[in-house]
Design a protein around this ligand. Structure first.
Ligand SMILES: C[S@@+](CC[C@H](N)C(=O)[O-])C[C@H]1O[C@@H](n2cnc3c(N)ncnc32)[C@H](O)[C@@H]1O
Length: 205
């Protein structure tokens, strides 16, 4: 009898095991760690907004990097049970419908992160469209709440809309890099767009 194909998300791989061993709820922490290492993203005292923060690995990592003098707002549709320390506040809600004011608790932010991803629907096209919508919402939030000179990291599923997404971020930031961290699963369609040095107001374009 043919073997049932294995679901790669069901098997704890080396990254998952290492994340758990270090006290993080998810392997995604290594993606942010690599991006941080490559672009020098996070520093003590920064104000950080983390969109799509559950179960909490990115926020745990960011809270450690910004330290007690920093501020972190972690937002997700799902409840977050991980503890990030006194510098963090958690909001449960939909980033697509929460107002910018509701997300502005520690604005202006030095860093806006979005690891938001849609629950997969079985339709590749629908998932790509939803991922693009989430990415563009994160860029719009950054446009409203990111300080000049600040940085943005956003996840997007590869699709024909990638160029539009990259151009939107180029409009906002002086430099834009595409990063596919080593911790990304081999079969994953996701990529991270990193915007560095948010342009001063009036310099868009
Ligand atoms: C890949 S997980 C994030 C993992 C997280 N960065 C970590 O390290 O633990 C994607 C998250 O995006 C969230 N999400 C998807 N759509 C959202 C929305 N409209 N508003 C807020 N969060 C959303 C999901 O609930 C899910 O928790």
């Amino acid at each position: 009898m043919p073997q049932k194909p294995k679901n790669p998300y069901k098997r704890p791989d080396a990254f998952t095991k290492a994340a758990k061993a270090q006290g993080y709820p998810a392997r995604s922490v290594f993606k942010l760690e690599e991006i941080d290492r490559r672009v020098r993203l996070l520093r003590p005292g920064q104000r950080v907004l983390d969109l799509g923060a559950a179960p909490g690995s990115w926020s745990m990592y960011a809270a450690q990097r910004i330290g007690a003098a920093g501020k972190l707002l972690a937002v997700d549709l799902s409840p977050i049970t991980a503890a990030f320390g006194p510098q963090a506040t958690v909001v449960q809600g939909d980033a697509l419908s929460l107002t910018n004011e509701a997300l502005a608790q520690f604005a202006p932010y030095d860093v806006v992160l979005s690891d938001m991803a849609p629950a997969t629907s079985g339709s590749k096209i629908a998932d790509q469209a939803r991922s693009y919508e989430l990415f563009m919402r994160a860029v719009a939030v950054a446009e409203a709440l990111l300080a000049p000179g600040g940085a943005f990291v956003g996840k997007i599923f590869m699709s024909e809309d990638f160029v539009k997404a990259r151009d939107a971020l180029r409009n906002l930031c002086e430099e834009v890099r595409s990063i596919r961290p080593e911790g990304t699963r081999a079969n994953s369609v996701e990529i991270f767009l990193v915007g560095l040095r948010r342009k001063a107001a009036g310099k868009a374009g």
